[in-house]
Design a protein around this ligand. Structure first.
Ligand code: GLA
Length: 730
């Protein structure tokens, strides 16, 4: 396992427990990709064939060897200007508009431990694990541009995880502009692949789509300045026959929260190129002499056992090597959030009564959502004025926190620090702090503007305001929201406007990094109109994210199912809300809402006083049950047991790592009269053993359960849900 350089063959191999990644420094100093897939021990360079192909030009250094063309050969970092007309991963422009790069291999280094990236979130390893993780750094150079390009590879061998990032150092006198940068670009020399992506919209995020990769270029991404609801920065390339538990598949997951793009195409000679990196449009990054640009990294993983295994690899890397802080492994507080129940119409009385009701059903925390600051009576005003509205709160924030703590609940608070309302004191004082283009009226989103986080003075001010709030009392949770896209890109603070969107993200990460260091015990929950910034970049600072503004348990099945491909359950905040549901008007039983919310970080989001006595009692029991089950949910292996886009039910399970316990969940999505029975087939149990379902006391043969399944009860009534808890018998 690990990283090796074969001197004779000039080949780099990165081996994990079950995969090999290989590329070669060819005889002309170009880096050619050879192979990524099932673990191999041989050298894959025989796969390369050198042929004379019409209209595929030959690099200058070869004089006239017509059999060598970058247009045909698989590339490790395809650059624009090399003769490769497929989608480049790296485009550089000079001041005069010339675009051309010619990178040659210089040297390499393999070292213990995983590289980190200055100012950016990245996969990290603890000291003990550093001996297993390794870093490969390849130095390339363009002697004409005096550019050094360092390719960084990290490996976590046991998890089948490889990471890629790029650093660009300008060593020449002339400024250059980076116009495109895709830290991960894979060329599969042969084979057919499907592309699996996760698209969506506000309140309906991460819906899975699977299509063949063919000769049409297929591109996903976000131009919104955030990773977005529209596409998640995660994709899977899979052999057409691959299923949840069988077949080859590859994941790419971007550790970045800004605009991104990913592309897949089968080229004219049958090679499939899949790439992921920064959004091209809006990225024109100037790098002057002496400056270094560091890209975010892409996580890669390979599974030969289908999507379940691929997801497990991604879940482990996110939970163990991206998420940080006191709450990385700790049970999260079960909270009640004020938003859906009260919107901005909160008062001291309403909050304290919500806290009391919450205490009654055994909750751990009250989260005061939007509406507690400035003159925020609705969402048109006051963002930026991070001062408690003492009139509304009936006193100081400190007093409210003390009173909530006295009731026996922890206290959490909502903020949207990157935003500014034009109706605010902050805007009156600093209109130039909002991103807007001089001479143009800015585009509003939710009637608010975005603060220019690429500017240090802006960041420092906001950071101080957040600290003042967090220091004002015993605040143990912060919901960090972000509720619009970026349209008007102009900053007073940069040398070139093409830098702004990227510098904005670096600014955001700087503030978050300072906060997690200063408040290691505060749980920060990420949010962007629900799951509009649900990515591995945010998860480095916020170990959980509000999965969606849609709390309808039936819609949530699709959203949580899609999310599960790339992100562990512990990162998904899911709440029980009222019925009929606020977003869809759908009526669902409380049991269904509870089971749907036990998908991840559990909580409530409704006016608890609306629950009947019986419902309250049931809710209290469910909270107790969640506390008993939460380790199984957050630390167990997650399995998808149906496809909610096709099946009439959604089923999923959590199996403890020692396979001694399994929680199987099912929500009926579609009810028809006199329908067939729905059989749920658990996965991941120990074969040839007996499991007891503890609610009924029934015992089952594990192989029978896994092959034939368990019939769901045949009941009338829309959207029923069921939970089965299996315990291994000795
Ligand atoms: C966003 C969030 C919600 C809530 C509101 C408050 O939409 O996703 O959960 O916090 O903002 O304005």
């Amino acid at each position: 396992m690990g990283m090796h350089f074969d001197e004779k063959k000039q080949t780099f191999s990165i081996d994990t427990a079950n995969s090999t990644y290989q590329f070669q420094v060819d005889r002309h100093g170009f880096l050619l990709h050879l192979y990524y897939g099932k673990k191999i021990s041989g050298n894959a360079d025989y796969l390369l064939k050198y042929l004379d192909r019409g209209f595929s030009g030959n690099p200058a250094c070869l004089i006239n060897d017509r059999t060598f063309s970058m247009d045909v050969l698989p590339q490790e970092l395809p650059v624009w200007g090399s003769g490769d007309f497929r989608s480049p991963a790296f485009v550089v422009e000079k001041e005069d508009g010339t675009r051309s790069v010619d990178l040659k291999y210089v040297t390499y280094q393999i070292r213990k431990g995983k590289y980190s990236l200055p100012g950016l979130p990245a996969v990290y390893v603890s000291d003990e694990e550093a001996t297993e993780a390794e870093t490969l750094e390849i130095v390339l150079e363009d002697s004409v541009l005096s550019l050094e390009v360092d390719l960084l590879y990290g490996v976590l061998p046991k998890l089948d995880i490889i990471t890629r990032a790029i650093q660009i150092k300008n060593k020449g006198a002339d400024i250059v502009y980076l116009d495109k940068l895709m830290p991960a670009s894979l060329d599969f020399i042969t084979g057919d692949y499907d592309l699996i992506t996760f698209h969506g919209r506000h309140t309906m995020e991460r819906l899975m789509q699977r299509v063949p990769i063919n000769h049409l270029s297929q591109r996903i991404g976000s131009r919104r300045g955030a990773s977005s609801h529209q596409f998640n920065p995660m994709l899977i390339a899979a052999k057409p026959e691959t299923t949840d538990f069988f077949g080859d598949c590859y994941a790419m997951e971007f550790v970045y929260s800004g605009g991104f793009q990913a592309e897949a195409l089968k080229d004219q000679f049958g090679t499939t190129r899949v790439q992921m990196g920064l959004q091209e449009e809006g990225f024109h990054y100037s790098v002057a002499f002496g400056e270094t640009f560091t890209s975010p990294e892409v996580i890669l993983s390979f599974s030969r056992d289908g999507f379940d295994r691929l997801s497990h690899n991604l879940h482990d890397v996110i939970r163990q090597h991206i998420c940080r802080g006191a709450y990385q492994y700790q049970p999260r507080p079960v909270l009640v959030n004020s938003w859906e129940g009260s919107l901005c119409n909160i008062t001291r009385d309403s909050l304290l009564s919500l806290a009391r009701e919450g205490k009654e059903i055994g909750l751990d925390m009250l989260v005061v959502d939007d509406g507690w600051f400035g003159n925020r009576d609705d969402d048109n005003t006051s963002l930026g004025d991070w001062y408690a509205n003492e009139e509304k709160l009936g006193g100081s924030l400190a007093q409210l926190i003390t009173d909530v703590n006295r009731i026996g609940l922890k206290f959490g608070i909502w903020m949207e620090p990157e935003m500014i309302s034009e109706k605010s004191h902050l805007y009156e004082m600093h209109p130039d702090w909002a991103l807007q283009i001089p001479g143009r009226i800015p585009i509003r989103g939710r009637n608010q503007l975005v603060l220019d986080f690429s500017r240090k003075d802006v960041r420092d001010y906001i950071y101080d305001r957040i600290c003042d709030i967090l220091d004002s009392g015993n605040i143990e949770y912060l919901k960090w929201d972000y509720n619009r896209s970026i349209y008007d890109v102009y900053s007073e603070g940069v040398t070139h406007q093409g830098r702004v969107l990227y510098d904005y993200m670096l600014g955001l990460y700087e503030v978050l990094e300072k906060l997690v260091n200063r408040y290691p015990h505060v749980l920060i929950e990420g949010c962007s109109g629900g799951g509009g910034r649900y990515d591995a970049g945010m998860l480095y600072y916020t170990p959980q994210i509000w999965t969606s503004d849609n709390t309808d348990p039936i819609d949530r099945m699709l959203i949580q199912y899609g999310t599960s491909f790339g992100y562990p359950a512990s990162t998904m905040a899911a709440h029980v809300s009222k019925s009929p549901n606020e977003q869809t008007g759908r009526v669902t039983p409380i049991q269904t809402r509870v089971i749907a919310a036990m998908y991840g970080s559990f909580g409530f989001e409704l006016d608890l006083s609306l629950l009947t006595k019986e419902e309250k009692k049931a809710a209290g029991e469910e909270v107790k049950k969640y506390h008993r089950l939460e380790r199984l949910i957050t630390d167990g292996r997650y399995y998808r047991l149906s496809d909610p886009a096709k099946d009439k039910f959604c089923a999923w399970s959590f199996v403890s790592r020692d396979e001694s316990e399994a929680l199987v969940n099912a929500v009926v999505l579609k009810l028809q009269s006199n329908d067939e029975l729905f059989y749920v087939r658990p996965k991941g149990l120990k074969p040839e053993r007996v499991y007891k379902e503890i609610n009924t006391g029934e015992c089952y043969d594990s192989d029978l359960l896994m092959s034939a399944g368990l019939p769901l009860p045949k009941e009338t009534g829309e959207h029923r849900a069921y939970q089965f808890h299996f315990i291994l018998q000795q």
